[in-house]
Design a protein around this ligand. Structure first.
Ligand code: AMP
Length: 289
């Protein structure tokens, strides 16, 4: 495939000017916000959004506000040169890569908070995480004002929160969800997978396998929900998963907990630590026939 040249912008003012120029020409603009260290999960979002818009902006910003004090902000992979090459290969039009100062200038005092659906799941062990995400995504969407923004199903709670955010704040951007991409062995693709040793990766593979077993058991009415989840937890711990932060079933529409029976499309969601690496995954569950 012939790569194209990606325009790089680092200042919000320049971004606004470029987007305005495209909008004046009647072009639709899509945005894919990322933290970089791009992999084929990100690239699939870019290819997906290209079906809906004329110009694609990808942002790369490792957002300090969404990392807790003991999390991996400092060692989060940063590889802009390799990222630009990948963006060119999928014909991304523009990379927006602002500095921390551009996003959070001195004197910045605002915190954007979505309530209720930001409780539990990923928030249980990462207090303040979603405030960091909603604050930065509000800023990125307002700086770019794209017609469409695409977020990955892999971070399903994050997608649900960001859709709510855009609806609640009347941000004129359609928020869409792009399908979860897995590596060939079944592990959900993630920038953090590079930290897994080969042994840890083998253990991590039990995560998607266990989710699939739970989906099959519940959709097939083979086991009650609680028993299926408990067996899943037991199996993962026995396989070498060090910590299971949550393994739960929630309604896809509003993330309400499901404990008894599946009455509408739902999801089994997990966060677990393997070999010191925090991994998340989820799968849809249909109502049993
Ligand atoms: P990140 O760079 O990890 O913050 O992710 C940026 C965007 O890519 C988010 O919307 C993620 O949900 C999405 N994403 C990350 N990994 C995957 C994946 N394996 N499949 C689909 N989307 C993904």
């Amino acid at each position: 495939m012939i790569a194209s040249t990606v325009k790089i912008i680092r200042a919000k003012k320049e971004l606004r000017t470029q987007i305005k120029e495209w909008h004046m020409k009647g072009l639709r603009v899509g945005m894919v916000p990322t933290m970089g260290a791009l992999h084929h999960g990100h690239l699939s979002l870019i290819k997906e959004i290209q079906k809906h818009v004329d110009k694609v902006v990808v942002s790369i910003f490792v957002n300090p506000k969404q990392f807790g004090p003991n999390e991996d902000f400092d060692k989060y992979p940063r590889q802009e040169t390799a990222d630009i090459k990948k963006l060119a290969e999928v014909h991304t039009d523009l990379l927006y890569a602002p500095s921390a100062k551009e996003i959070y200038p001195e004197g910045f005092l605002t915190n954007v908070k979505v309530t209720k659906i930001t409780e539990g799941l990923c928030a249980s062990k990462r207090p303040g995480h979603f405030d960091g995400v909603t604050t930065v995504v509000t800023k990125l969407l307002l700086q770019c004002l794209p017609d469409v923004a695409l977020f990955g199903e892999k971070d399903f709670q994050q997608y649900t929160v960001l859709k709510q955010l855009a609806d609640d704040l009347d941000i004129p951007t359609e928020v869409m969800c792009g399908k979860l991409i897995r590596d060939e062995d079944g592990l959900a693709t993630s920038s953090r997978n590079v930290y897994l040793t080969p042994d840890a990766r083998q253990i991590a593979l039990e995560i998607p396998k266990t989710l699939k077993r739970i989906v099959d058991e519940i959709e097939g009415n083979i086991r009650p929900i609680e028993e299926s989840l408990n067996r899943g937890i037991e199996h993962l711990l026995k396989s070498g998963v060090k910590e299971i932060q949550y393994l739960e079933i929630r309604k896809s529409q509003n993330l309400e907990p499901v404990t008894d029976a599946i009455t509408e499309p739902s999801r089994v969601l997990i966060a677990a630590v393997v070999g010191g690496v925090r991994l998340i995954d989820n799968m849809p569950i249909q109502k049993p026939q």
